[in-house]
Design a binder for this molecule. Structure first.
Ligand SMILES: Nc1ncnc2c1ncn2[C@@H]1O[C@H](COP(=O)(O)OP(=O)(O)OP(=O)(O)O)[C@@H](O)[C@H]1O
Ligand SMILES: [Mg+2]
Length: 250
């Protein structure tokens, strides 16, 4: 089981969009679990599963519920047939997660522990992390074999990436970071310049650019990954390439 945390301290960077699309790509070749760790519940919404975690996140994190008790399945139909992404949805109980972790024993290892109990069931786990450097993020980073960080073409992205590096370096089990350019609009000179700067200066960056496009925004209307409704669009191709680099990584 490979655990991938899609994480940046920066809000609105394209984490959730990447998490959902990567989960979709991963489902082509194995079983995948997408864990929505963000109280906003965006990946829960985008996969169209019921936004309710049975028993709340406390029971899951404390071990009185296991993943199989509360997991939901998002089924997507495409020209090639049906594929499933298993989803641990976020609901209101996630608002208390930070406090709950803070008072729990082994407060940085709870997510890792929950996943360990399900390690035979999934080939891939994708963690959709909230922004910021929270205890939830520390848990995700600790559980992860790889950190995937979207970088929108803006000066602030370098600073966010530094914060990610710092948080990862502080982990007891620092995982490698894989960064990619996200939401790039090539028509904008500022984007072209920032994208070039990031490509040159970020050693963790891979050669994948997710373009800024309404097709990614349409995921909200379709409640589905782009690969299901626009599989040949450059955004879908970018997520596919990104997944293939992740799958080959380490
Ligand atoms: N490539 C893209 N092109 C256009 N819009 C995008 C793209 N990627 C994401 N968006 C839009 O930008 C917004 C933020 O994206 P997303 O939710 O993926 O970011 P996030 O990093 O998960 O945000 P948060 O920090 O709030 O969790 C969403 O409305 C999404 O539809
Ligand atoms: Mg998000």
């Amino acid at each position: 089981m490979k655990v991938i945390a899609v994480y940046s301290t920066k809000g609105g960077a394209g984490k959730t969009s990447a998490a959902v699309n990567l989960a979709w790509e991963a489902s082509a070749s194995g079983s995948v679990l997408l864990w929505d760790l963000d109280a906003q519940g965006a990946s829960t919404f985008l996969t169209g599963v019921k936004p309710k975690l049975k028993g709340g996140v406390a029971k899951l994190v404390k071990g009185s519920n296991s993943i199989s008790d509360v997991v939901r399945t998002a089924k997507f139909t495409t020209a090639e047939g049906q594929r499933a992404v298993h989803v641990l949805p976020a609901d209101d109980s996630y608002r208390e997660l930070e406090l709950m972790l803070d008072s729990a024993k082994g407060s940085r290892r709870r997510v890792e522990k929950v996943l360990k109990d399900a390690s035979g069931e999934y080939d891939t786990v994708i963690l959709d992390c909230p922004p910021g450097a929270s205890l939830v993020a520390e848990n995700a980073v600790r559980a992860a074999d790889l950190i995937v960080t979207p970088l929108p073409p803006a000066a602030l992205s370098l600073r966010s990436l530094d914060q990610v590096r710092e948080l990862v370096a502080e982990s007891a089990k620092p995982a490698p970071i894989l960064a990619f350019l996200s939401m790039v609009d090539r028509r904008k000179a500022t984007h072209r310049r920032a994208a070039e700067k990031l490509s040159n200066e970020v050693k963790e960056i891979v050669d994948v650019v997710v373009p800024a496009t309404v097709v990614v925004e349409r995921m909200g209307d379709e409640q589905a990954p782009v690969g299901t409704f626009a599989p040949r669009h450059p955004a879908a191709q970018a997520y596919r390439e990104l997944w293939s680099l992740i799958a080959d990584h380490g």
